[in-house]
Design a protein around this ligand. Structure first.
Ligand code: S3P
Length: 441
């Protein structure tokens, strides 16, 4: 992350036309490096997200002795070292801005026979890690945190012949990061490790583990009980990472709210644990059609066509919250441009993302003339005319991109401060967005 203030400025009245393939899925790109590194054999990844966060994950595994080649042309070759082949890093492992990387890596590193320390940037250093250190401690992991369970995380690893113990964990929050951290530690644990999730969360870890030949069992209502046995091995495979639906979401909203738009987003991952944004936008009246649906490497993908439509305000169903958890900043922009009122509840998780996404979005929308009221677990947005304004993204990539999209319907220029972190998830955002008609520089 750069220390200088990267500022985005929008130009009003654009419309989005043509077709676009947004960068690769962030969740899958992180996981491909982690599992590929621990596999036996060589894993080829295509469509890899070359954003700063995934490169940080790659560098962390390089620092533990894994030979990882490339990321030119979004292709990565990982020469796996096997389950017990990592070596102790000589420096702290810097996970940049990524909560996913830090939480999943903690699970994996808890089972290694060496000590490691995970650090992150200013935003990551404020995020709660006790949600993973608590279940990992129940498995026998020894992890020191700063006060309040914040990073850095000092992971002691296991000593001599001792091992982590498999547990069952009833997850108090619907979080794919918590689920994944426990299951990844479970690879190194004695016996069975299982979790029950209180709501459906993204299942990329389970799918990718199976792709690497590891048995993962899913049972219970909506597949909410997930279990695996420790002590198995991962076998290298090829991974085709689809375009990230979380990055595509900006353009789904943009094309919906900008009159005269007709945009196709190509080869987007439409895993049903991620498609809450499509469901929410459709409930609001969006014109979204899917074509070319196929399955690629265990993950469903499709082309998504969006034509502009008059959206209406809705009460967002709480069951869709975990399925659209990263897309709310731009969904709030859709709500500002809809007719009537949109109400979100049951989304307190948004307060502990890269920024407090409820407060930061409410403040930004207010600065652009919209009546948006933050509530403890959500927001109430009364639609209106977006005006010119100056907003602060608080270094949150998704806030910066959400206000870039808002510019399509604003009466004047929106100035967005602190945008450097857009590179963590969407390299070349300005270039790709400009190519389909977004006025942002
Ligand atoms: C992610 C899980 C989500 C999401 C994050 C990526 C993952 O977090 O917000 O951007 O890859 O597992 P939670 O599981 O904590 O909700």
């Amino acid at each position: 992350m750069s220390n200088s203030n990267t500022v985005f400025k929008t130009t009003p009245n654009g419309k989005l036309k043509g077709s676009l393939r947004v960068p690769g899925d962030k969740s899958m790109s992180h996981r491909s490096i982690m599992l590929g590194s621990l596999a036996t054999g060589t894993t080829q990844v295509t469509g890899f997200l070359t954003g700063e966060d995934c490169i940080a994950t790659m560098n962390a595994f390089r620092a533990m002795g894994v030979n990882i080649e490339g990321h030119e042309n979004k292709q990565v070759t990982i020469h796996g070292v096997g389950m017990n082949g990592l070596s102790a890093p000589t420096e702290d492992l810097d996970m940049g801005n990524s909560g996913t990387a830090m939480r999943l890596m903690t699970g994996l590193l808890a089972g290694q026979n060496f000590e490691s320390t995970l650090i992150g940037d200013k935003s990551l250093s404020t995020r709660p890690m006790n949600r993973i250190t608590k279940p990992l401690a129940m498995m026998g992991a020894k992890i020191d945190t700063e006060e309040g369970g914040r990073p850095p995380l000092k992971i002691k690893g296991i000593q001599g012949e001792s091992k982590l113990k498999g547990i069952h964990y009833d997850m108090p929050i619907a979080s794919a990061q918590v689920k994944s951290a426990v299951l990844l530690a479970g690879l190194y644990a004695e016996g069975e490790t299982s979790v029950t999730e209180p709501g459906i969360t993204r299942d990329h870890s389970e799918r990718m583990l199976r792709g690497f030949g590891y048995d993962v069992t899913t049972t219970g209502e909506n597949g909410s009980h997930i279990s695996l046995q420790g002590g198995g091995k991962l076998t290298a495979c090829n991974i085709d990472v689809p375009a990230d639906i979380s990055s595509a979401a900006f353009f789904m909203v943009g094309a919906s709210i900008a009159e005269g738009s007709d945009l196709t987003l190509e080869h987007v991952g439409i895993n049903p644990t991620r498609t809450g944004v499509i469901d929410i936008l459709k409930l609001m009246g969006a014109d979204i059609t899917l074509s070319n649906e196929k399955e690629v490497g265990g993950e469903p993908v499709a082309d998504i066509r969006i034509r502009s439509a008059q959206l209406k305000g809705i009460n967002i169903p709480e069951a869709l919250v975990p399925l659209a958890i990263d897309e709310f900043p731009v969904i709030f922009v859709a709500a500002a441009c809809a007719t009537g009122k949109t109400v979100l509840t049951g989304a307190e998780e948004l307060r502990v993302k890269e920024s407090d996404r409820i407060q930061v979005m409410a403040d930004g929308l207010n600065a652009c003339g919209i009546d948006a009221q933050a509530t403890p677990d959500g927001i109430i947005i009364q639609s209106g005319q977006l005006t010119a304004g100056e907003v602060d993204s608080h270094g949150d990539h998704r806030i910066a991109m959400a206000f870039s999209i808002a510019g399509l319907r604003a009466k004047g220029e929106i100035i967005i401060n602190d945008c450097a972190n857009v590179d963590t998830s969407f390299p070349d955002f300005i270039k790709l967005a400009s190519a389909v008609g977004l006025g942002v520089s």
